[in-house]
Design a protein around this ligand. Structure first.
Ligand SMILES: [Fe+2]
Length: 260
């Protein structure tokens, strides 16, 4: 997500590719398909027992190909069949207001380019491996989807309702960071990961569950006021007990601040 912007119509800001079937699939090279295959194989090794049960179930449901880059339309169709969410193709990071608006309409924006082979471990701007493997599996989970849609609605309100404290436009990206991108969850089997920023990076998967980062109790007032660092491994992570807790506590927090 980028810095806050003045809300404008979506058509003024980013191309509207809502019909994912109308978007041409790029002619990926063999090297690009190989990059996907390597990334997929790496994560396939490290995710079991570390990614949360809900994510692993979603990974099965979405059914990514192991060897070749999938078409966004195929992944979108699989997700839509289970939750009604769809994927929209975007060029890169989406400005905050437009991003919230899409989520409120149960649309997740994804890029359709893959990182370079020398960026297997880390890419500064999220590519389709991050967007799809990191995010798509939870888009078939009803509890997570309920939270995500509310999050989008709260974001739209933060930009459009003049009665809301403008600071909310900064609070929400922090909440997004410490939940959707870098969240941990307690599963019956132990501490697990649900954040896409962690799940799409082999190093971050191992580091997040090690004794390295501090594991903090989930508190949205703390998170909303906590800045984050996009350039280094995360040293402080917040742990939820369930996606019900995430949705309920987000709703309560947003309600308290007039966002929902
Ligand atoms: Fe992401």
């Amino acid at each position: 997500m980028e810095e806050a912007v003045i809300p404008r119509g979506m058509h003024d800001c980013i191309p509207d590719y809502r019909d994912i079937h109308a978007v041409e699939v790029p002619a990926y090279t063999d090297i690009e398909h190989h990059t996907w295959a390597q990334l997929y194989a790496n994560q396939h090794k490290v995710l079991p027992g570390r990614a949360c049960d809900e994510f692993m179930a979603g990974l099965d449901t979405v059914g990514f190909p192991a060897e070749r880059i999938p078409a966004l339309a195929d992944i979108s169709d699989h997700i839509a069949a289970h939750s009604g969410w769809t994927i929209m193709r975007v060029d890169g990071l989406v400005p905050n207001y437009e991003f919230f608006k899409l989520l409120s309409e149960r649309i997740f924006p994804s890029t359709d380019f893959i990182r370079r082979p020398d960026e297997l471990e880390y890419t500064p701007s999220p590519d389709m491996f991050h967007d799809l493997l990191g995010h798509a599996p939870l888009l078939v989970n009803p509890r997570f989807c309920a939270f995500f849609e509310k999050f989008g609605q709260a974001g739209v309100n933060a930009f459009t309702n003049p009665a809301i404290d403008p600071a909310a436009r900064d609070w929400l990206p922090r909440i997004y960071w410490y939940t959707v991108e870098y969240g941990l969850i307690r599963n019956p089997g132990g501490l697990r990961i649900y954040g896409a920023g962690i799940l799409s990076s082999p190093k971050e998967v191992l580091y997040s569950l090690s004794d390295g980062p501090k594991k903090l109790p989930f508190d949205l007032e703390v998170i909303a006021n906590k800045s984050y660092d996009i350039w280094h491994m995360q040293e402080e992570l917040f742990v939820i007990d369930s996606f019900d807790q995430l949705e309920d506590s987000f709703y309560a927090w947003a309600h308290r601040h007039g966002l929902l």
